[in-house]
Write a protein that binds this ligand. Structure first.
Ligand code: ATP
Length: 447
């Protein structure tokens, strides 16, 4: 079939994606056998591969391909003073209201989505309390002591430990300004109203990079990182008409922030932020210097000027980006002969399974398995000999597998297999000996 986009239906309702993700083991409710736990999700065999591929690509792009960015992996629990310095203890809150009738809680700034009240007599309007501030940090306790001093927080963002580590990393890695520190890791927010699948969760992953520069270069680096990060989202395959940047207006900016741009993706529930690029000035380092009593200023080795570096931050949600990739790739297509298929058109470098090896008949299992074993040493490969070949192709389309390698009776004599392309569904015969190299090249990410 030709790639006739007129016969293609894009994702309209999140329900279809949620159901595919659960059915195929991408993402499903955490603790499902207990009825789930609101705001927490588990990634299954396909989901963890997708997520790992995305993280590896980001790490390659941000850390490994650059001389001026170092990676870290900090503890999830930081010294509680960290969050006093960053302002989270005092200010990291959302306005919350309760409905006195149905007892549900809502974010006061999102009441448009509150729906109808199910518990009031004679009215379907909610009976809201006045908004009050609700701190989003999740607390825990350290050690055996029950007193307040033992309270600690699960980090609400991954960047603050980077500031704590700034001096150590700069010295250990012998970096000079400008340079960056990056990390990928879990963050936790006690969101009042988790929703839209993984979009707003209480536990999620962030991939963040803090770039430290001289005050005279902050605009240059802000623009550099804004453009770089947008390029990344295009490169991973998000469609141009579903991506845009949105600069924050003066009244939206945090008081320490000079400029901020969101990268937004068009989800079925509207345009939403997947990444933020922020000019945070010297706020973080100055505050941590003040609260820790450690001098975090640096001296320019050439001019001997002493200054606190300015920080440009790039902060992307790994789960939100995975969700964008799944939404972007989902398509239902009408095929010739009245058949249809669901296909995940995701970038081959992100696809959980790179190729499925499918013998035409179970009688060919032995050589087909041997081929799969050979490919597996380099790529995530799936072997399947159950059911008719059309159905096996459909299962791979739905999992986003970019290639199927079909081993048939001729393969025994001509040493060739059929390579089927997920998106175009075209089939090509190639030598078995070429399969590994062809696949490896096709599923690599662009530099
Ligand atoms: P929002 O306004 O949507 O709550 P935010 O502006 O608070 O997001 P940041 O603090 O800038 O978000 O965090 C950076 C990135 O972390 C976001 O762009 C998003 O991708 C991700 N993120 C933030 N909160 C959540 C969440 N509750 N669930 C999943 N991802 C999140």
């Amino acid at each position: 079939m030709s790639d006739d986009r007129s016969a293609v239906r894009r994702l309209e309702s999140m329900e279809d994606l949620v159901s595919l993700c659960a059915r195929r083991g991408f993402i499903f409710p955490s603790s499902e056998i207990y009825g789930g736990i609101n705001g927490f999700w588990d990634y299954g065999p396909l989901g963890v591969e997708l997520k790992n591929n995305l993280k590896s690509w980001w790490w390659q792009r941000i850390v490994r391909s650059r001389e001026d960015v170092e990676g870290v992996d900090s503890a999830i629990i930081a010294h509680p003073r960290t969050w006093d310095a960053s302002g989270h203890t005092e200010h990291f809150s959302d306005p919350m209201v309760d409905c006195r009738a149905c007892k549900k809680r809502f974010r006061a700034d999102q009441l448009g989505d509150a729906g109808k009240c199910s518990s009031r007599e004679g009215s379907s309007e909610h009976d809201f309390t006045e908004p009050r501030s609700f701190n989003l940090m999740l607390t825990t306790r350290i050690g055996a002591s029950e007193d307040a001093a033992a309270t600690a927080y699960l980090r609400p963002e991954t960047c603050q430990p980077i500031f704590n580590d700034f001096k150590r990393v700069r010295e250990a890695a012998r970096q000079k300004i400008p340079f960056g520190i990056a990390q990928i890791g879990k963050a936790f927010r006690n969101e009042i109203n988790p929703r839209n699948f993984t979009f707003r969760s209480r536990e999620f992953e962030q991939a963040e990079m803090e770039y430290f520069c001289h005050p005279s270069e902050r605009e240059k680096w802000f623009e550099h990182w804004r453009d770089e990060r947008l390029r990344f989202h295009h490169d991973i395959g998000l469609d141009a008409d579903r991506l845009r940047t949105r600069a924050h207006g003066e009244n939206e900016l945090a008081h320490y922030c000079k400029a901020a741009v969101d990268v937004e993706f068009h989800f079925p529930f509207g345009w939403q932020e997947i990444e933020g690029i922020h000019d945070r000035g010297d706020w973080d380092l100055s505050r941590h210097a003040e609260y820790s009593g450690k001098d975090l200023a640096i001296t320019d080795p050439d001019t001997k000027e002493r200054f606190v570096p300015m920080v440009i931050e790039t902060s992307v949600g790994v789960d939100r980006t995975c969700l964008a990739i799944l939404v972007n790739g989902y398509a239902e297509e009408e095929l010739e002969g009245g058949e249809s298929r669901t296909v995940l058109r995701i970038h081959p470098a992100l696809a959980p399974v790179k190729a499925a090896v499918l013998p035409l008949s179970k009688k060919l299992a032995e050589p087909a398995r041997a081929l799969a074993a050979r490919l597996r040493s380099r790529l995530n490969v799936f072997y399947d000999d159950a059911g008719n070949i059309g159905r096996r192709y459909r299962r791979q389309d739905e999992a986003g597998t970019p290639y199927c390698v079909t081993y048939d009776f001729d393969s025994e004599t001509d040493g060739q297999v059929t390579l089927r392309d997920r998106d175009s569904m075209t089939q090509e015969r190639i030598p078995i000996d070429d399969v590994a190299a062809r696949l490896a090249a096709a599923v690599d990410w662009p530099t």
